[in-house]
Design a protein around this ligand. Structure first.
Ligand code: XMP
Length: 510
């Protein structure tokens, strides 16, 4: 792999993703990893990420100069570039000229910037700068505030840049990273979707042997792709379990039962637990209590299904759709695989021990989607927008009843249909439709007075759901949704638009 040494900026994961976009496998490792341990992994190259420190700060993380002696290609970015310069005998100074944001870069030869415009914009974020490159390095770029903004020593396969090539604001950055990987380090691009599938299938076969596995399907992208990979590897020794808690949107159960099974041929057990969930939720209004009840019931139902399957044959493996960002964010552990499953499924009891199979553990979300398409999953599953585990249960504001769910499901289906028809699916992150079940308002329809409920449209745009903005939907689309919902859904006589960003609002209403 190409190892990205994380110096504590938020950019390390992004660098790893960009490296993979250049079809080279990469992983993020903490900068505290000893050089010997790094080399033991036989890295094809090492990238030093940016970081919040100044190389002068007392606790500034250093780069062990031994790293540059091992013959492994190294690329330094921002802080990593300065740390590299310092370790190799160059000069880093606190000149007082800081550069933040868009900056013009002047290019002067070299392999990294070959064929790029002599002047082009890059994204900078630095206080200190390199004023003298280490011996043996050619200076290939500079900017107003950074006289040495790029250098390379092709003989030793060492190079670096002051700016951030990984961010979209450096329009030629990906090309520079690509040139480092392919031209300077001489790595062949082999990390393709097809190779990911082959590789994972081989790993799953090696792990599971002739054993049996189960997988809980949520209808979401991750569990679907994980299941499809395991199915490709072990065929009908995988059983998928889908819990219908009655809080799904229109067509979702059918989508799993029909489309997913048709695409994969997976063996599927659907547990119809609708009645059970309704009974457990009867009379409950408090959002946190609803969430707790839904979570608890879900685990009980899944646990029962797992127990039944285990009793029938020996199911020792549990498939989970854990993604690479979760692994990195929880400390990057190489992880023992035989963890008590209740740490992961959130409550399976001790006597139901499973060994985890996590085929997406090394993948980013966009790679997961590509793998899904490669495995033949339909777009409707692969490009599905996020939907919360507690489902419509937290979008009926007030007590959850069968009738209210029916009303919300109908309104939600119309909104989704119209948004899709308007080609807006890729523009919006998600658009919850919320039923204000305890609020009534007066309306007039035909000749009669109505006394119905409002629904709220909550279209949001977001990168990661941590923050969000309300999406400026075209008025004509809003109008179509409003007209159709009030005409077609008897209980609803008013459609309102939520124009709150997150923060202060959350995306869901409960
Ligand atoms: P909030 O409402 O916290 O939602 O702004 C952020 C994102 O998370 C989704 N969400 C959930 N997803 N289980 C989930 O799997 C949950 O309990 C849950 N609650 C919220 C929400 O749809 C949004 O994408």
């Amino acid at each position: 792999p190409v190892l990205v040494l994380d110096y504590g900026a938020q950019y390390a994961q992004l660098i790893a993703r960009r490296v993979r976009e250049a079809q080279v496998y990469s992983e993020v490792v903490p900068h505290t990893t000893a050089v010997a341990d790094l080399l033991e992994r036989e890295p094809a190259a090492i990238i030093l990420s940016g970081g919040p420190s100044s190389v002068y700060a007392e606790d500034a993380p250093k780069v062990d100069a031994a790293l540059f002696e091992a013959g492994v290609p190294v690329f330094g970015i921002c802080y990593g570039f300065q740390a590299m310069a310092q370790a190799l005998g160059g000069t880093v100074e606190h000149t007082g000229t800081r550069e933040f944001g868009r900056t013009e870069l002047g290019v002067n030869g070299g392999v990294l910037h070959e064929e790029l415009p002599a002047r082009h914009p890059v994204w900078m974020s630095h206080g200190d700068c390199v004023t003298k490159a280490p011996e043996g390095f050619q200076v290939t770029a500079g900017s107003q505030g950074a006289p040495v903004a790029g250098f390379e020593d092709l003989g030793r396969k060492l190079a670096g840049v002051q700016y951030h090539p990984e961010v979209a604001h450096s329009p030629h950055g990906q090309e520079v990273l690509r040139r480092f990987l392919h031209e300077v380090a001489g790595i062949r691009p082999q990390w393709t979707t097809a190779s990911i599938v082959d590789d994972q299938v081989a790993r799953i076969r090696a792990q599971v042997g002739d054993g049996h596995a189960i997988c809980g399907l949520s209808g979401g992208v991750d569990s679907a792709v994980a299941a499809a990979l395991v199915q490709r590897a072990i065929g009908e020794r995988l059983t998928c379990v889908f819990v219908d808690h009655g809080l799904l949107r229109a067509g979702e159960r059918a989508q799993v039962e029909r489309d997913f099974v048709a695409a994969t041929g997976v063996k599927l057990v659907t547990v119809d637990a609708r009645q059970r969930f309704l009974e457990a939720l009867a009379g409950v209004v408090d959002p946190e209590q609803k969430r707790k009840i839904i979570g608890r019931e879900f685990i009980r139902v899944f646990e029962r299904a797992a127990r039944d399957l285990k009793a029938k044959g020996d199911v020792e493996f549990l498939v989970q759709g854990t993604l690479y960002p979760d692994v990195v964010e929880s400390g990057g552990g190489t992880g023992a695989s035989n963890i008590k499953s209740h740490h992961n499924v959130g409550g399976l009891p001790d006597d139901l021990r499973f060994t985890l199979v996590e085929p997406l553990r090394s993948l980013f979300k966009d790679e997961v989607r590509r793998v899904g398409l490669e495995l033949g999953l339909p777009e409707t599953i692969v490009h599905r927008q996020p939907f919360p585990g507690p489902g419509l249960g937290i979008r009926v504001i007030g007590e959850v009843t069968a009738d209210r769910l029916e009303t919300l499901r109908a309104a939600d289906a119309i909104a989704r249909e119209e948004l899709t028809a308007a080609g807006l699916d890729s523009e919006i992150w998600q658009c919850p439709v919320v039923l204000l079940a305890d609020v009534r308002s007066v309306g007039v329809q035909g000749d009669g007075r109505t006394y119905g409920h409002p629904v709220v449209l909550r279209p949001v745009s977001s990168e990661d759901a941590m923050t969000a903005d309300w999406t400026r939907l075209p008025y004509d689309v809003l109008e179509r949704i409003s007209t159709r919902i009030t005409n077609e859904v008897a209980e609803v006589n008013r459609v309102v638009l939520d124009v709150t960003s997150k923060p202060p609002g959350t995306i869901e209403w409960e």
